[in-house]
Design a protein around this ligand. Structure first.
Ligand code: SF4
Length: 167
């Protein structure tokens, strides 16, 4: 098993453990939980209603993914790492003001681009950041994520207006 496959399996098991399951969740469930916070929260909310959880596990929403310069394996590894960071926040999301500020920055950013027509990106719709390969619609929601580029006007901040973190 490669490092990225191993990391992915760990994330499948971690999500299963969070949900009180004995077996790793299917890859489609992990991908859906990573990219659809409503689905993730519904999964968490169903921990006391096993019948509902089984329905959710059997019917993850269909998603489309997208990628610029990263290989499929690299994207899987990066998604697993993002999942781990997000898990450490308790699967929380940013407040509305932060989300609006981040999305406004992305919408006016020259690094925002349409996802290339690659199979891995067909899983999830939407525009991506060409610097990190992430779908900005999801990335901007997660408190564990950061914009990868400095603000051209204020170098101590990222384009999201947050203290710049070296990657
Ligand atoms: S995450 Fe940062 S660099 Fe990427 S598109 Fe958004 S504002 Fe631009």
């Amino acid at each position: 098993m490669t490092d990225s496959q191993d990391a992915l399996m760990q994330q499948r098991m971690q999500l299963a453990s969070t949900l009180g399951l004995d077996q790793p969740v299917p890859l489609t469930v992990l991908e859906a939980a990573l990219n659809d916070d409503t689905y993730a929260h519904n999964l968490l909310a169903s921990r006391r209603t096993p019948a509902m959880m089984q329905i959710l596990l059997a019917n993850p929403p269909r998603l489309r993914v997208t990628e610029p310069r990263w290989s499929n394996a690299e994207l899987v590894g990066r998604a697993a790492a993002a999942m781990a960071r997000w898990a450490r926040t308790g699967f929380s999301v940013v407040d509305e003001a932060t989300l609006t500020r981040r999305r406004d920055a992305c919408l006016s950013c020259p690094n925002l681009t349409q996802a290339p027509d690659r199979q891995i990106y067909r899983l999830l719709p939407g525009q991506i950041c060409k610097l990190c390969g992430c779908r900005v619609q999801e990335k901007t929601k997660l408190p564990s994520e950061a914009c990868p580029e400095r603000d051209p006007q204020r170098s101590e901040f990222s384009r999201w207006g947050e203290p710049f973190e070296k990657g």
